[in-house]
Design a binder for this molecule. Structure first.
Ligand code: PEP
Length: 250
């Protein structure tokens, strides 16, 4: 049995004081949850979120990590800076970073390896664009992204990775993949992991769905056999909605 994981991607929202209040509200709502719960604020809000979640079952994640240990990389954060700040998870290769900040499959791989080396748990995002889905090449896209992200990652480390299947056309658009569509692609990702490592890893690795998951559709998505949780954007900023999603992840 894979424990489900519900992670909130707060994107570029909330000031530190607002983040503190939101984290405190989520801590209260997540008490007794049967899944892993993660909140991913902006870097400047990480100390407030870590403080607010201390002693709770809510973990803090970052939204990105650089692959070098230190040096002349203005504006970037190294993995050991995040761990020292109390961060446990890190989102890597989100489609917004791929779209707006030049993230490539290769840099996703470098970041994944740097995160694992520092003891962070990566949440690696993959997913096809609308054009790729329409062209019928979505399988090729998610297979390629998954394989390159995991290049050079040992089987033991691969078990610590969560893969988030996020079809780009469903992120922040209100369009959700149907539960069957999402389950099918999460299944393709699991098969890909099996070809790389065997079932020892593919049975254990967690694969989330992300893309307009909300309080209304979470239960159906999370009931699917290949969907082990959700990466949630918009709805993770609303504690009541996020609580419903956490409750649906049994
Ligand atoms: C995301 O940012 O990863 C995401 C899935 O956003 P939303 O839930 O708003 O579509």
């Amino acid at each position: 049995m894979r424990k489900k994981i519900i992670a909130g991607n707060w994107k570029m929202n909330k000031t530190p004081s607002e983040a503190k209040a939101l984290a405190e509200a989520i801590v209260t709502k997540a008490e007794g949850a049967s899944c892993d719960v993660v909140i991913c604020p902006t870097a400047i809000c990480i100390p407030a979120a870590v403080e607010a979640t201390k002693g709770s079952n809510v973990a803090v994640g970052a939204q990105n990590v650089h692959f070098k240990e230190s040096g002349a990389y203005t504006g970037e954060l190294a993995a050991n800076m995040l761990t020292e700040a109390g961060v446990k998870y890190v989102i890597i290769g989100h489609s917004e970073r791929r779209q707006y900040f030049g993230e490539t499959d290769e840099t996703v791989n470098l970041r994944t390896k740097a995160a694992l080396a520092a003891g962070l748990l990566p949440i690696v995002c993959v997913g096809e664009s609308l054009t790729e889905r329409e062209q019928g090449i979505m399988d090729d896209t998610v297979r390629r992204q998954t394989k390159i992200a995991l290049l050079g990652v040992s089987a033991e480390d691969a078990k610590k990775v969560t893969i988030a299947y996020e079809p780009v056309w469903a992120i922040g658009t209100g369009k959700t993949a149907t539960a069957d569509q999402a389950d099918e692609v999460c299944g393709i990702i699991r098969e890909t992991v099996k070809t790389l490592y065997g079932s020892e890893v593919s049975d254990v690795i967690r694969i989330q769905y992300g893309g307009s998951m909300n309080a209304g559709n979470a239960a159906e998505l999370l009931a699917k056999p290949n969907i082990d949780g959700g990466l949630i954007g918009g709805a993770s900023l609303k504690p009541d909605d996020f609580a419903v999603i956490i409750g649906a992840a049994k």
